[in-house]
Design a protein around this ligand. Sequence first.
Ligand code: ADP
Ligand code: MG
Length: 199
Amino acid sequence: MSDQYLVEADGLHKRYPMADGAVEALGGVDLHIERGAFVAIMGASGSGKSTLLHLLAGLDRPDAGRVRVAGQDLGSLDDTATTIFRRRKIGVVFQAFNLLGMLSARENVALPLLLDGVPRSTALQRADAALGEVGLGGRAAHLPAQLSGGEQQRVAVARAVVTDADLILADEPTGNLDSVAAGHLSDLLRGLHARGRTI
Ligand code: ADP
Ligand code: MG
């Protein structure tokens, strides 16, 4: 182990058993990502990118192989401990935003902190700061349905960074955005990288 790598994945295998035969999504992937890196994983649709990201985020478990994030072997954590580790250390941004429709932008961003027991007033203050960081200071009270797609995705990025997560994992984060909003989102991720996040 070395502190140089924030992500160390070794020998990852993942198969999805199906009635008409298993799909081999990952057939032995090794990936080491240095702390502070900005890495893009490219490949054809169906080549296993989302599967890999899910394993790196601890959202799913490999059939074989090992994932370490910030020195922590995810395989040694049970589901609850994995959820807590991810909430504190890894920010995940999905193509489909995955915001809760009943909660305001501010509450969506505060949620990982509230689930972690941070007092509500502190959590909401930090959420407002994170919304400011993504340029949405004026939209804190809006529900997701009252935001554009690009704005919703920036709320999702704010939720990913509000915890001071070391690692931000984004799965085709611009896939549902028009080209202008996609450009803003890319600039936002580059800015987070420039300020020290590993993307
Ligand atoms: P990508 O993100 O690169 O498009 P995925 O990781 O989503 O690829 O999928 C890799 C392969 O695994 C694909 O062939 C896909 O059909 C299959 N797959 C993904 N998720 C599942 C699942 N939950 N059950 C069965 N097969 C799946
Ligand atoms: Mg995918």
